[in-house]
Ligand binder design. Structure first.
Ligand code: NAI
Ligand code: A1CAB
Length: 265
């Protein structure tokens, strides 16, 4: 096979995955090909990572693993002529697009559906994967290795992939909104913007680390912070009044439903 790995679509996620794979020496740049119609993306990726680039998806398809990283709306156009692609194994990170749909486009191919997230850019992503019946253990291990390079990997039933998309796939945006809003609150209370941002960011990072390392339930952590008649319970009462928990639950459900819709297009 001409390439060990090809990435169809060198955008935000394609580059995030590529950057970690090259940095961790999992693939030699010469063995990787990225296909993208935008010359400026091709030039940037070739210069920055030393990989092969092409505007022709068919050229890139000569790979052991072909990773699809185009928008779901671009999949039909990207897949034209690829139904008999020589790629040994196909991996899709497209929101909403099911294994059944991919199997129709790429008959009799081993296919893995995956859902990473943008903290992949700094090796702190989380990716859920689900494989079809044709994926063998060597191929699954190779796919796991790709996603381990960008963070942690969990295996789920394919029926749960839209829910994964609603939670961790889209989740970095929810957390970013929370951090921005907390910083705004600090600014409203008189803090300089830069200090407010630093405090908000480290509070989110530190809280996630504390929960992860101690295995405390979030409710226990909340109870540790809330002194009787203190400041935190005053804030928690406001958050409950504004429906923070309900808003977050509805947000995850809305993203899950949107992923289901994208899969039906
Ligand atoms: N951005 C995110 O946070 C996440 C995105 N995803 C999924 O990853 C996929 C890519 O998303 P992004 O990287 O954010 O999008 P993006 O728009 O940054 O990248 C898509 C790339 O595909 C290229 N492209 C368009 N048509 C093409 C074609 N016919 N052949 C080859 N390349 C083509 C574009 O030029 C662009 O560089 C989407 O399907 C999305 O659902 C999954 C997890 C997280
Ligand atoms: O918003 C989207 O559709 C993509 C999928 C998960 C994160 N971003």
């Amino acid at each position: 096979m001409k390439f060990q790995l090809s990435i169809i679509g060198g955008g935000v996620m394609g580059e995030a995955i590529l950057s970690r794979l090259v940095a961790s020496h999992i693939y030699v740049p010469a063995d990787v090909c990225v296909s993208d119609p935008m010359p400026e993306r091709r030039d940037l990726l070739a210069q920055k990572y030393g990989v092969q680039v092409t505007p022709n998806n068919l050229v890139a398809a000569e790979a052991e693993i072909m990773l699809l990283a185009v928008k779901p709306q671009s999949l039909s156009a990207a897949a034209i002529g690829l139904s008999n692609a020589p790629a040994s194994c196909i991996v899709s990170i497209l929101a909403g697009v099911t294994l059944a749909q991919l199997e129709t486009m790429f008959p009799n191919k081993p296919i893995v559906r995956a859902m990473p997230n943008t903290p992949a850019q700094v090796g702190a992503g989380v990716t859920a994967i689900a494989a079809n019946a044709l994926v063998n253990s060597t191929q699954l291990e190779a796919v796991r290795k790709i996603f381990k390079a960008i963070g942690t990997v969990v295996e789920v039933a394919e029926s749960l992939m839209d829910a994964v998309t609603g939670l961790s796939g889209s989740g970095p945006a929810y957390v970013a909104l929370v951090i921005e809003a907390m910083a705004d609150g600090g600014v409203a209370a008189g803090l300089p913007r830069a200090i407010a941002m630093q405090l908000a960011m480290q509070t989110v990072l530190g809280t996630a680390q504390l929960l992860s390392e101690t295995k405390l339930h979030p409710a226990q952590l909340k109870d540790q912070v809330t002194s009787p008649a203190g400041t935190t319970i005053a804030a928690v009462a406001q958050l409950e009044k504004a429906g923070l928990r309900s808003a977050m639950i509805e947000a995850v459900l809305a993203a899950t439903h949107r992923a289901q819709e994208l899969g039906k297009q």
